[in-house]
Design a binder for this molecule. Structure first.
Ligand code: SF4
Length: 458
């Protein structure tokens, strides 16, 4: 499992006595990488030294709003030089506004914030932003200074869902600290529930904001796992899912090199094992995210080639603790009918539950009724119905079979129940789709119905 603590002040006095043990506990908790965040000249230097000394530590440099009053031309220059001096510097920050403590006069805070946004734009580095009780000014300054050109992180996010969405539209991600575990912090949990996981990071902000059950003690990177566990619970995903997705998000925003993806053929989401055996499909659905990128819940699903039987089985054998195997991926699995049958036979021999997610056009594609061939091999088939009439289907799914495409999916659903124990028709809740009509059609066809959330994959 991989976890990244995206914001740690893991230097200085607080860790002087036991830093090696802190790193060891982080490693044991699955924290593979951390970002040491500078908050003034001194701590930016310390963060940079740490990053230079440890391959898995990256850093940021900046001046916190508390120290804005003391910022001089020399300090801007020093931060600029540090940012240019090493590829381990991945962002400008921590910068921003703090109107809660007001330790520096507000005009000074705003001036320093603006100067650093300009520096980030000059150096093409993302921003790490501190916002305490200054939401409106933060948003106004980000817009005025064209911060969307570089994007970045709203660290220890404390705004509401509307602000989070606005930030995301500007190319920022939302970082969730340990306060998400505090009983009273329902507002932050609402943000986590409402924001797509692809826009979330997790952080400790250590040594501050220690999560439950260690609240009151010094925080440290290992505790980011507790935050990730709470986020996983709120998103209905596993800890491994959250670790993988937020790590990918952190690496993407900070341009930290991605680790080698060992296998995109078999991948886990929650406790299901998915098989990605082709990127081909006949439809070109308007809502399909694969036309933007091939990443699903932190997994890169772009295949370099279509795997053969032995590769699929080898990929399955690298995974454990799954309750079902799903042929899915970013393509139509039944386009590779022979491989599906061969792999499913092996999975059944091992006593595993098998599901196929399909666009329901396999009979049109192969020119025969293929469903009897899946009998005894497939336990559940989930068919994307997506519409209640041919025109809507054509508009949403762009089938190459014209009106036959929609009729073919309906026929496939009717026929499937004769050969497969459980048949489910699904529809993506595209904004103008009458989902109730699709549900009624599924009932007429004698199959179960399931809504799939629009713009949510996996
Ligand atoms: S059938 Fe599936 S993979 Fe193919 S375009 Fe439609 S949603 Fe995407």
């Amino acid at each position: 499992m991989e976890l990244i603590d995206s914001h740690a002040h893991v230097y200085g006095e607080e860790y002087a006595a036991d830093f090696p043990q802190v790193l060891e506990r982080a490693r044991e908790a699955g924290v593979t990488t951390m970002v040491a965040v500078g908050a003034d000249l001194e701590s930016s230097r310390q963060a940079l030294e740490l990053a230079e000394a440890h391959p898995h530590i990256y850093c940021t440099v900046g001046i916190h709003p508390h120290d804005a009053e003391g910022a001089t031309e020399e300090s801007y220059q020093a931060i600029r030089e540090m940012a240019l001096s090493s590829s381990k510097v991945v962002a400008i920050g921590e910068i921003g506004l703090d109107f809660y403590r007001d330790r520096s006069p507000r005009p000074a805070q705003e001036e320093v914030f603006r100067r650093f946004i300009r520096l980030a734009r000059e150096l093409s580095l993302p921003l790490v932003i501190h916002d305490r009780d200054a939401h409106d000014r933060i948003m106004a300054i980000l817009r005025e200074e064209k911060a969307q050109e570089v994007g970045g992180v709203l660290h220890c996010f404390s705004g509401d869902l509307a602000m989070a969405q606005e930030c995301i539209e500007m190319g920022f991600v939302i970082s969730i600290p340990g306060t998400v575990t505090y009983p009273s912090n329902e507002a932050l949990r609402d943000v986590v529930r409402g924001v797509k996981v692809e826009h979330l990071l997790v952080e400790t902000d250590c040594p501050y904001l220690t999560p439950v059950p260690h609240r009151g003690k010094r925080n440290e990177p290992a505790f980011v796992r507790l935050t990730a566990e709470r986020v996983a619970e709120l998103k209905g995903l596993s800890l491994e899912d959250i670790g993988r997705i937020t790590s990918l998000n952190t690496r993407t925003i900070f341009r930290i090199p991605q680790p080698e993806e060992h296998s995109t053929i078999a991948y886990m989401i929650r406790n299901s094992l998915y098989l990605n055996i082709t990127n081909r499909c006949s439809n070109r659905c308007t809502f399909c995210p694969k036309f933007d990128d091939f990443i699903v819940k932190g997994h890169e699903l772009k295949l370099s080639h279509e795997p053969v039987f032995a590769e699929v089985i080898a990929a399955i054998d690298t995974k454990s603790d799954f309750s079902e195997v799903v042929f899915c991926g970013y393509g139509e699995p039944l386009a590779r009918l022979d491989l599906v049958k061969e792999v499913a036979a092996e999975l059944k021999r091992r006593g595993l539950k098998v599901r196929v997610n399909t666009d329901g056009q396999a009979n049109l594609l192969h020119g025969r009724n293929i469903l009897p061939e899946l009998a005894g091999l497939v336990d559940v088939i989930s068919v994307s119905l997506n519409a209640a009439d041919p025109d809507t289907y054509q508009r949403l799914c762009n089938t190459p079979f014209g009106a036959d495409g929609f009729r073919g999916v309906c026929d496939f659903l009717r026929e499937a129940g004769k050969h497969i124990p459980k048949v489910v028709a699904s529809a993506v809740t595209v904004p103008d789709l009458d989902v109730e009509k699709v549900k009624s059609l599924a009932e007429e066809l004698g199959v179960e119905f399931r809504e799939r959330e629009y713009a949510e994959v996996g």
